[in-house]
Design a protein around this ligand. Structure first.
Ligand SMILES: Cc1cc2nc3c(=O)[nH]c(=O)nc-3n(C[C@H](O)[C@H](O)[C@H](O)COP(=O)(O)OP(=O)(O)OC[C@H]3O[C@@H](n4cnc5c(N)ncnc54)[C@H](O)[C@@H]3O)c2cc1C
Length: 474
């Protein structure tokens, strides 16, 4: 765990045209404090959040699950971490730490080259992350410059990350990755490729995977525009309860001749290994489990917000409104049930790791974004004009204060309570903060359209086929 001051470690973070110290940006400070709940819970709720291995205590995310009960314990911990940020921090440390647990066991397939042993590097790195409990972020998606072209056919050199030099000591890399959430406040950056790397003319320089500290010379973290309304604007967390409280901070990552020592390289010059890295390491499925448990929390937050909106505004007595709210709670139950099924009907993989049921988890991945959007839409449509008409909170302290207190107070809430609640609804459903959260939910686990297009091919339809065949043969 780091304090924000410790993150002024030479890392090259850029915000709106200036190189900055992360400690100078208030929303980074608040976000790190929330992210550090992951570490705090290990102390305050040790029985759920930690486990003992060879006499040492580690965070539960690092535990290699051997049974369904192990997955359920991890679920509890992921859920408590997510609840500390309302499910709005998608990339808390437990996300990739769950992946490190699998990588440590499954890295053998990565093999070696003439300079180094990639399998051992990956195993040692996963163990290093575990023993030091460092916070890693990741970037796999290559910039969306022209998706129909091979990335080495795009002349800028920034269509992915590629090796420019190889020596006895390590590799030198240049290029870019599209999005790296939490990069400004993480310790390390894990770089790899999505499983369908498109390269042409035998060029394998982009087929690489490695980890590196974020303060590595040559690494640039170029942040997107912030979504908060800082102190100088006069607005507080009463006006923007979410966007002034946290920002997960996505960044564009540039490598400019950055040196990576061999011991941190896991794939080099090998398209097949690059394509296998995410799936065959077990990182994908185990991080998906954490990711979707966190997703339940966010869906629960949005669903409850919609229901409380209806109650606050006296709309919950109408049948049409009740039907909409019932759909949301049914959606929530379906997601909870499907994740529980993924835990109960998992399987032991070839290495003895208890692995969640992939069909069930992918069903959640493809559907939760729609359920989340539906919850936002219902809350937005119910809060409607009252939400967009809320005055700035300072208005309550000015000449108009007494009028507003009288006019906007109801039997259910004082004017200020009502205003703050409606501001919360606005932040999650309508403001830039909420729209980014919606985008995150849609895309964080890959493109739902392509997840669905692959889902039906993996479904066990033996019973369905037998029924149809029986009719066809009769
Ligand atoms: C808020 C946010 C945070 C993120 N954080 C991270 C992070 O920390 N680390 C990280 O690595 N990534 C991160 N991502 C990136 C995320 O992984 C990708 O956005 C996601 O996987 C979708 O890929 P893409 O953006 O490259 O879109 P594409 O895959 O290019 O798809 C864009 C659109 O084009 C269509 N399309 C593209 N190619 C095809 C095709 N071959 N066939 C049919 N249709 C196609 C898709 O259906 C889709 O509608 C983040 C994204 C968001 C929105």
């Amino acid at each position: 765990m780091h304090t924000i001051e410790q993150l002024n470690d030479g890392r090259a973070v850029y915000l709106n045209g200036q190189r900055i110290n992360v400690a100078d940006v208030p929303i980074f400070r608040k976000t790190l404090a929330l992210n550090n709940q992951y570490y705090a819970l290990q102390r305050t709720h040790q029985d759920v959040h930690t486990y003992i291995e060879d006499g040492q205590r580690y965070d539960i995310a690092f535990k290699v699950p051997l049974t369904s009960a192990d997955l359920k314990q991890k679920h509890r911990a992921y859920q408590e971490i997510a609840e500390s940020n309302n499910g709005l921090l998608g990339r808390t440390p437990d996300f990739l730490n769950s992946a490190m647990a699998a990588l440590a066991v499954r890295s053998h397939f990565l093999g070696h080259n003439e300079y180094t042993n990639f399998a051992a590097n990956a195993k040692h790195y996963a163990e290093h992350v575990k023993t030091e409990d460092i916070f890693i972020s990741h970037a796999l998606q290559n910039p969306q410059l022209d998706r129909q072209k091979a990335i080495n056919a795009i002349p800028s050199g920034y269509a992915g990350v590629h090796v420019t030099k190889r020596t006895m000591e390590g590799i030198t890399v240049s290029g870019a990755k599209m999005v790296n959430t939490m990069a400004p406040i993480a310790d390390d950056l894990l770089i790899f490729n999505p499983p369908e790397l498109l390269l042409e003319k035998g060029d394998t320089s982009y087929a690489v995977a490695f980890a590196t500290p974020l303060n590595t010379p040559g690494v640039k973290i170029i942040c997107r525009k912030l979504l908060d309304h800082p102190v100088y604007t006069g607005y507080t967390e009463d006006d923007f309860p979410l966007s002034n409280a946290l920002d997960e901070i996505d960044a564009y990552i540039v490598f400019d001749e950055a040196f990576i020592p061999w011991e941190r390289v896991f794939v080099d010059n090998d398209v097949e290994m690059s394509n296998r890295f995410f799936m065959d390491s077990g990182m994908f499925i185990h991080s998906s489990h954490q990711d979707e448990v966190r997703g339940i929390t966010k869906l629960e937050f949005a669903t409850t917000l919609a229901i409380r909106t209806a109650k606050l505004l006296g709309l919950d007595g109408f049948l049409g409104v009740q039907e909409k709210l019932g759909r949301l709670t049914a959606n929530l139950e379906l997601i909870k049930g499907t994740i529980a099924r993924s835990e109960e009907e998992g399987r032991l993989d070839d290495f003895g790791i208890y692995t969640p049921n992939q069909q069930a988890l992918q069903a959640v991945r493809s559907t939760l974004p729609e359920y989340y959007e539906e919850a936002l839409k219902v809350a937005q449509h119910l809060a409607a004009g009252s939400m967009v008409g809320v005055p700035g909170f300072k208005e309550f302290n000015g000449d108009n204060g007494p009028i507003l207190e009288q006019a906007l107070g109801t039997s259910k809430a004082t004017a200020k309570e009502r205003a703050k609640f409606l501001n919360l609804v606005f932040d999650l459903t309508t403001a830039g903060f909420g729209q980014r959260q919606l985008m995150y939910e849609y895309y964080h686990g890959g493109d739902p359209m392509r997840i669905r297009s692959q889902h039906y091919a993996g479904e066990d339809l033996r019973a369905g086929n037998e029924m149809i065949d029986r009719i066809m043969k009769s």
